[in-house]
Design a protein around this ligand. Sequence first.
Ligand SMILES: NC(=O)c1ccc[n+]([C@@H]2O[C@H](COP(=O)([O-])OP(=O)(O)OC[C@H]3O[C@@H](n4cnc5c(N)ncnc54)[C@H](O)[C@@H]3O)[C@@H](O)[C@H]2O)c1
Length: 349
Amino acid sequence: MTDTKAVSPAGLRTAVIGLGRMGLRHVQAAQGLGMQVIGGADPSADARATLARDYGVPANACHADGIAMLDALRPEALVVATTAPAHAALVLAAAQAGVRFILCEKPMARSLAEAQAMSAACDAAGARLAINHQMRFMDQYIEVKALTGSEAMGPLASVTVAASNFGLAMNASHYFEMFRYMTGEYVAEVSAWFEAAKLANPRGAQFDDASGRVLARTASGVALYLDFSAQAGWGVQVVYSCRNGQIVVDELRGEMKVAARQPEFRDLPTTRYGMPVDVEHRAIAPADVIVPTAAVWQAMLAGQDWPDGAAGAHALACLVAAHASHRKGGQTVRLDAPDLPRDEIFHWA
Ligand SMILES: NC(=O)c1ccc[n+]([C@@H]2O[C@H](COP(=O)([O-])OP(=O)(O)OC[C@H]3O[C@@H](n4cnc5c(N)ncnc54)[C@H](O)[C@@H]3O)[C@@H](O)[C@H]2O)c1
């Protein structure tokens, strides 16, 4: 049983495996919280040199191999910021090595079976596991969640993400977690239509991700529609449709528009969709990675409401169900379907 006693980040002996773009942001997030980054690992000599030179980590604590680093340094806390193929093996090794707090990047794993093994290993070792889906700590979602369901807006009916070529595993995975946070419900079923285009993956030719369209629904019928076509080259606009109005967020520019029916028109039926509204424009903090990543650490260490292995596995199950649906021509696939491919390895980054 994993305890949830609050632990201070100050001085926590922390290591980072995977020192690419995201790994170095993790180093900044951890150091910003006062955690002591005692070492790191990456097969790239350049990446290791950067960690030593720019972040004050002793060169002899910068290893090529993550498991050798765990054996040598025995950290209390660990970030796994490699690409997805190494997530499961490193989280399992960390749990066995007695690491108490593990923050692993998304997508959680390459398969549902790997994700299950990661959570089971952490539970067995009493280690806390977080998956870095930071949505619940980002103003652009916190502010919307406070509005949806309010008397002025009424209940949330759907979320439409008019995005661009941001990748199913790369970014759509975050939106499944956002939707779970926003609705308080898990996705029950998914339909997906991918495009044929195979595009160069920014993290290497060995990786494969999908573009296209996905429709997801909760058990109560709230819908999430994601449009992320390979033909679309700019933007992420999110429309939250509620009983009495709409919230539109331009996530890249940090702009929010809230339109709510004027109170005297609220009770008219939804078919009267053109009733007069009050409109409010707000600026929201543009999306940042380091601040909400630090918030994931703070929540996990406080033992309170962090994106845990179950949250990571839920986002992963949505990805797997999307692939299963696409293969069936867009047929709806339930997340609890007994034939969801649990062992299939996907080549996500
Ligand atoms: N949560 C977020 O907002 C967010 C943002 C960006 C990236 N990510 C995720 O973070 C991960 C890393 O992304 P990135 O942009 O830093 O990629 P990257 O390609 O820049 O860096 C990955 C690094 O991991 C190293 N690596 C790979 N396998 C390793 C292993 N077995 N042991 C040690 N090091 C290993 C590589 O050498 C490379 O330096 C991905 O899974 C990505 O999806 C998450």
